[in-house]
Design a protein around this ligand. Structure first.
Ligand code: PA5
Length: 466
């Protein structure tokens, strides 16, 4: 049993949700496939694109370097900014949001105890302009993160910041930039060497969406004062648990098998619904992991399968007032994952008041803690009663250990599910076409043919534009 979380899948079962639910027979029927998937994933652990499975074990030296660097960064800046996108941005945001004060950047400096933190996960000009309005680049350290060292969005963010720093600080600009990238490939490593930037490497076999537990996520976390050793400990314990041969003792394998069975029953949507603001951005991180890893047109045998499950993010209780109507009464095409927290880091009492208004007064003397978790129980009950598949992952509390464990659990679940679907979990051919078209439209060298192809595409018909 995990010390980081419990995984309760009662409400995936037909006994709870009725005819749409999964039976013990179906789980038994999937056992051979699950065993095969487990064997395939474990056989490749630490190899190829499964380098991420080494991360809980092989980073002692890197962690030392990161912690030294973090001390220096914390002492010399007011703001720490991640430049990156996708897998190079979502993890740092999620961990920051989970483990730091929920209004961290609004706290006064003495209460924050570390630099303000921003993650630029886009190329929206207003976002960049607004960042530059609130930071002093001379008192900021920028961490440019890109595995490929070539991503246009990240490189454009970097070019803007690099020029600003050069104009203001000349050669001292290098003191304000830390690069996190591949050791051998890409342009960023060339620039980093040329400019003498402090550099951390993204290990081989660690793709963007599986990279939070390498320097991609560990450096920003350490700069924020988060205990990264404890995060890795959580991941390590989860790794051991999720290697268990017995599906009933292995939460990631069981979760993958249940999702696989559910997908085969037409559950094409995976709703991630934490009942805690601190876990809100874990949903964003999960959505990328689940969508980019499992959404594949062809399987490993070249067969057209159009696999995957559309991830959707929701927040409890907020989205009870927005999406839950659909989840309870709409199409039977979803699995809802509830993320629950047993012990919140704060307790807020709902004070006495308005004794003559029983509809208000019934809340009095209780706590928001009780209210949020009661609403989770109630929504879970309502969905179950309506025959909707759902399961619950509960963290005893949100801390470094449980977050390390939770992230690792989802990565293992994804790896196992990808193996059951017999697809390549680690590539993303579906995003290449868009990238290449951008390069061609921007006139990048080597994309002349693509430009011709785009130019010859049928023009949009005005008749369909109002
Ligand atoms: O998961 C992935 O591999 C992608 O989402 C990447 O993280 C994203 O495209 C950014 O890539 P890079 O880190 O190479 O800049």
């Amino acid at each position: 049993m995990s010390k980081a979380l419990t995984f309760d899948f009662n409400n995936m079962m037909s006994g709870a949700v009725g005819k749409d639910g999964i039976t013990d027979g179906e789980i038994n029927g999937c056992a051979a496939k699950a065993a095969e998937a487990r064997a395939a994933v474990l056989a490749e652990a630490g190899k190829g694109w499964q380098g991420w499975m080494n991360l809980p074990y092989n980073q002692d030296e890197i962690v030392k370097d990161i912690l030294e660097c973090a001390v220096s960064v914390r002492s010399r800046c007011d703001a720490f900014v991640v430049l990156g996108i996708g897998g190079s941005a979502l993890g740092p945001s999620a961990v920051f949001n989970a483990l730091k004060h929920l209004r961290y950047n609004d706290l006064p400096k003495e209460k924050r105890g570390g630099p303000k933190f921003y993650v630029e996960d886009n190329v929206d000009p207003e976002r960049m302009a607004s960042l530059l309005d609130v930071i002093d680049v001379e008192k900021t350290v920028f961490n440019v993160i890109t595995k490929s060292g070539a991503t246009s969005e990240t490189m454009s963010q970097f070019l803007i910041i690099h020029k600003l720093l050069k104009d203001k600080l000349g050669d001292r600009a290098a003191e304000h930039i830390i690069a996190t990238t591949d050791e051998k490939k890409g342009n960023l490593i060339k620039i980093a060497k040329e400019e003498g930037l402090k550099t951390f490497y993204i290990p081989d076999g660690v793709g963007g969406r599986f990279s939070e537990l390498c320097p991609v996520g560990l450096l920003p976390a350490a700069v924020l004062g988060i205990d990264i050793k404890r995060m890795l400990e959580g991941a390590r314990d989860m790794d051991e648990l999720c290697r268990d041969e017995k599906m009933e003792k292995n939460p990631a394998l069981m979760a993958a098998a249940l999702m696989y069975i559910a997908m085969n029953k037409g559950k094409n949507i995976s709703v991630m619904m934490p009942y805690a603001d601190s876990l809100r951005l874990i949903s964003d991180w999960y959505c990328q992991l689940w969508a980019e890893s499992l959404g594949k047109a062809v399987d490993n045998d070249g067969k057209r399968v159009y696999a995957g499950q559309t991830p959707v993010k929701a927040l409890g209780v907020t989205d009870q007032h927005s999406q839950v109507q659909l989840y309870t009464e709409g199409p039977f095409d979803k699995v809802v994952t509830f993320l629950a927290v047993e012990n919140f880091r704060d307790t807020v009492v709902i004070p006495d008041g308005f004794p003559d208004l029983p509809d208000v007064n019934f809340l009095c003397g209780s706590t928001m803690n009780r209210l949020i978790n009661t609403e989770l129980d109630a929504t879970e009950y309502a969905l179950t009663k309506a025959g909707r598949l759902n399961f619950r992952i509960t963290l005893k509390q949100v801390d470094e250990y449980s977050i390390g464990g939770l992230l690792y659990f989802f990565m293992m679940q994804t790896a196992y599910c990808g193996a059951m679907l017999n697809i390549n979990t680690y590539n993303q051919p579906g995003v290449e076409e868009g990238k290449n078209a951008t390069y061609a439209m921007f006139g990048k060298k080597g994309y002349e043919e693509k430009k011709k192809e785009l130019d010859s595409a049928p023009a949009k018909d005005e008749k369909y534009v109002i």
